[in-house]
Design a protein around this ligand. Sequence first.
Ligand code: GLN
Length: 251
Amino acid sequence: MNNDLKTGTTNLRIAHLYAHFLNIYGDKGNIIALVKRANWRNIDVEVVAIDLNQKLDYNYFDIFFVGGGQDKQQQIIASDLKSHGHGLKEAIASGAVILSVCGGYQLLGHYYRPHQGADLEGISLIDAFTVAGNKRMIGNVVIERENGLQLVGFENHSGKTYLGKDVKALGKVITGNGNNGEDKLEGVCQAIGSGFVYGTYLHGSLLPKNPHLTDEIIRCALRRRFGEINLTKLDDKLETLAHDKALHFQA
Ligand code: GLN
């Protein structure tokens, strides 16, 4: 069922998980892009920063966002995120969307094995695991999705993520390392029930320079409470300019 946007009644609710811990390399820019591209369509947005030891009304939110951070920040939040594992799985299965970047992405799998210290247990939302590699993978990245559209971003991680055989990658690596610098896969884009899990190593931040992905996430998230919504087309001149500039950074 296609609904034209009912202005004033349609709103988006975003939970920014560990906003004060996992926000390295400007990952908060993803929240700004989601808010702006929704507001430009008269969709109200409520963003709630979720801290450690905070109760979470899992069914209230349409989008959960978790950014990247160094091993130290990951160690601080890992057990708290684990405590939300069941609730997040249920929320995603009932139609919510999670977008996770780098350190946050790594913790959606079974575990992250850092260089030192014990494994950090993930929430096993996706069948994947990560082990810290010997070299840091740093630089500009271009990936291509199944729909042929390209995503651009910047990676800085030592973790190497390996996806289970039934897990769909966000895209295939054109330039850069992606998940592990070996299998030419980057990120994850996995339907779970009626919701979606997006994970990526692309900082930058990811969404401002990739407007089609931002709109895809907004559409997926709105579906949960409003059904299919036709998002009005925006003038993406600036976003496209930034995207194409980033494409030309590639070696
Ligand atoms: N600490 C993790 C790694 O180095 C994640 C880093 C990040 O979030 N940029 O792989």
